[in-house]
Design a protein around this ligand. Structure first.
Ligand code: ZN
Length: 64
């Protein structure tokens, strides 16, 4: 199997078992196949969405 290329920083990954890129720390998205078309949102994105929802609900409470 050829070296895996990080989709984020394009660096070759020697470790076949690695789940995270050695260079940029991003997920290597190894779970292709049935999840090939689905892209997991990054944890940062999830946190930002949660914070925005909390702020939005708080503003709604203030308006009532
Ligand atoms: Zn990388």
């Amino acid at each position: 199997m050829p070296k895996y290329i990080c989709p984020h920083c394009k660096q070759p990954i020697d470790d076949d078992e690695a789940l995270l890129c050695l260079y940029c720390g991003e997920s290597l998205n190894r779970a292709v196949g049935f999840m090939g078309k689905l892209r997991y949102p990054r944890p940062k994105t999830i946190i930002i969405i949660i914070v925005l929802l909390l702020i939005g609900s708080f503003m709604l409470l203030m308006l009532i």
